[in-house]
Every structure is written in structure tokens, then in C-alpha cells.
Design a protein around this ligand. Sequence first.
Ligand SMILES: [Zn+2]
Length: 498
Amino acid sequence: MNFNNRHRLRRAVQVVLALLPVALLACGTAGADTYELVISHGLVMDPESGLDAVRNVGISGGTIRAISADSLTGKQNIEARGLVVAPGFIDLHEHGQEPRNYQFQAHDGVTTSLELELGTDDVDKWYAAREGKSLINFGVSAGHIPMRIRVMTGQEVPSLSAMNTPVAEAANHRELTAEELSKLRAAVERGLEQGALAEGMGINYTSGASHWEILEMFRVATKYHAPLQVHLRYASLLEPQSATAALEEVIAAAAITGAQLHVAHITSMGLEYTPRLIEMIAGARQRGIDVTTECYPYTAASTNLNSAVFDEGWQEKYHITYRDLQWAETGERLTPETFARYRKQGGLVVIHEIPEAAVRAAVADPSIMIASDGLPITGPKIHPRGQGSFSRVLGHYVREEKTLDLMTALRKMSLLPAQLLEVRAPAFKNKGRIRVGADADVTVFDPTRVIDKATFEEPLQYSEGIEFVLVNGVPVVKDGHLVERVYPGRAARAPVSQ
Ligand SMILES: [Zn+2]
């Protein structure tokens, strides 16, 4: 179809959609209209309105058009008796932005997958690479790490592993010159003008970044009303380079600049002191500072072995030793010899370091979002979090452990992430909700069966009990199985201002 035809078709669709409410009024009775798709008899749970009742949901044109106790007629029908109908989950933190990751995420109930922490150094290129080819919605931040490396070395950082090459690592450990800082500021601004959803930072990985540089980066984000997703400077339990000090740094930066701060994966930063960090964030919020956080529901972290995270002294900092490290390519536990060899070689490692009590504290907290921190699938033994985080909260922590109630869990994985982004990107006002007019991103699951199947031993397994997933009204999971060759995912992007 050429552009003009497509444009005309889109206009026609818009006219029809605009007339739809009039048509509904004219019909008078619910059910007289035919929707493209109806989800019947499901328990609709909407964390914004508090609706928690059996309803029928009518969907047309990628939008929720009706929510009714009366029966609705659809060209397609999904029978959801006994199932929960929830807003599709929004994952703020997924590094694996590839088709295979999207399939695992869809099976886990995720309809919008965002890479906000590492981000990208080329926002236009990043979105263009996924447009029209994605199973679920996708979005990215302007990435401090890749932009900083590019300004300092000219090297592109197209993937997570590229940020830890010897050249990049030398840059990560070095302070910027004044000229580099102004180039970096301009690069981040350009990314935000191209519609990046947020500014991403991983200060732990850029240990050469001065406190002043961090403040400057917060100022840029504030100018564009962009939230910052920040991996703290330290995860250590030891003073003076402790996670406590690192959290103070960014809360102070938010207080000074007025930035909207979102702290990445609080449990892998706080370790056994996670409750202290949660308390610090709550205190800052009470004093009017805009700070939020997130967690994934696992007792292990994961990152590149050849990163600054494993600089001298890591055993004391995190209270762990070699055998707590598991090489993602093979699943083997490390020794001093293999540690030295693999650190030189580079690659992902799983770090068994987070106490269960820390996970529980974060999962139970109604204000802490669920985000997977999933990783590109580089080997058979990668961390399971990208494949199972959301089902694990619903199955293990809600149903089995009763750590939190179902509505609170849904709020943490849909409404709260949407609200985090909606000032910067108004499109998110129509996500994270089951409401007339909202995008038809919907996850339908069996609350008695939903569970993660991805484990540290067998991480590449789909979650179970997620029965139907709609992305912009199009089923991508049906009866628990992936739908082949559909690409309804759209760019989740802030308005482009360049
Ligand atoms: Zn991180």
C-alpha cells in the first residue's frame, strides 16, 4: 500500500472511531454494537478505579471501547470465565530488546518493554530498528553510559557487552574534561528531543563520573521533564562507599535540581540493608522529593564480570565469595582461577547475593514497582528474571506466600510504571489501566495457576498461566501459546521536539 492509500485508510479509521461513541448512544443498549474483540466473563481488575468485578470488555481499533456487566458482541471472543483481566504489564527495565526476549516477556504478561537504565546513544536509530517488527510495545531512554563512552572514545555501544570493552572501561573509569561534559550534555539533550522516555544512568559502571557530572545530568533531565532511572554508584555494604551513601548522592541531586528520580533494582543495591534504603526513599518522599524505586523478585543479581562492579575488594563489599558467582554461559560456580580467566574474557555472571528478606521487603511494599532487569539471551544459563519476574510475583509471592494482595501486585506492574512516565510521555495516560479509552494492552491470566518456570538451572522457560495477552487489541498470546507472525508492538515514545 502506498503512503496516500495508507493515509486515507487511517483517516477513514479515525472518522469511524470518532463516530463510535455517537453510534453507541444512538443504539441505546449495550450489546447492540459489534466490537472487533470481546473478552467475556473475566474478573476485571483495574488498579486505578479499584474495579474488581466480573465484566465484559469490548475492544475495537486497539482501544478499550466498553466495560459492561451486560453481554457484548464481538467478531472475535475470548472466554475468560475464572480468569483475571488486568492491564498489560509495563516493564521499565529490560535490556533484552530483541524478538526472543519479547516472546518470553509476552508469556510473562508484559505488553510494554522498556530499556530505561542503560538506554541508547542513538534514540532515532533504536526506535527505527523495532518499528513494525515487534511483538510488544518498546521504548528507550537517552543513555548516559553509552553517550558518555561515545563522547570520550567515538565508540558506539550497541549492546550491554559493548560497554565493558577495554577502551570503554578506560573511559568509564576516567573523569570528563569540561569540553567532554558539554558535548555529553548536548548528546543527552538531542536524545530527549528525539523522544527518549527518560534519561538512564548506571553510575556504578562509570566510576569516573564526578558528583558534578551527575548533577549536570540531572539538570538536563529536569529541563525535559524526563525521569531518571539510575543504577546507584555503589551497592556496597561497607562505608564510606556504601549503597547508603550512593542513595544519598542521587536523592541530594534530585533535591537540588528538582529531578524525577527512579532508583533501579533496590534489592541488588541494598542487599541486607535494603529495608534501610526503602526507609530513606520513603523519608525523601514525605519531604516532597520525587523519588521512586523498583525490584525484581529474585535472590540473585546479574551483570558483566568485566565491569567496575568487580573491581578490587568486591568480596568485602557484597559479603560474597567466588562460589556465589555463576558463569552465565555454563552455569558453573567460579573459583579464583576461573574468575581471573572469565573477567579477562568478559561476559555475564549471576551473583547470588540478595537475602530473601530483602526481596520480600521490596515485593511487599505497595509503592515499589516490579521491573525485570532482563538481559539479552547470550547463553543458556542467564538470569531467569527477564523470563519470569511478573508471573513469579503473581504466583509465588501473591498466591503461595501471601506477601501482598493481587490488586497491589497489579498496581506495581502496570499503573505505577505508567504514572511514572505519563508527564514526560502522555501516551502512558492510556496504559496501565482497564478503562474505556485506554489502549487495549491487556493480560488475562489464571490466578490459580500463574507461575514462573524459568529457574537458575533452566532459565529459558516460558511462564505458565498467562492465557491471553493483547497488544494494541491484537492477541500475541492465545490459550497460553504465542501467536505467530503478528507485530502489533508500537513505539512507546515521548513527543519528538527536534
Ligand atoms: Zn542496573
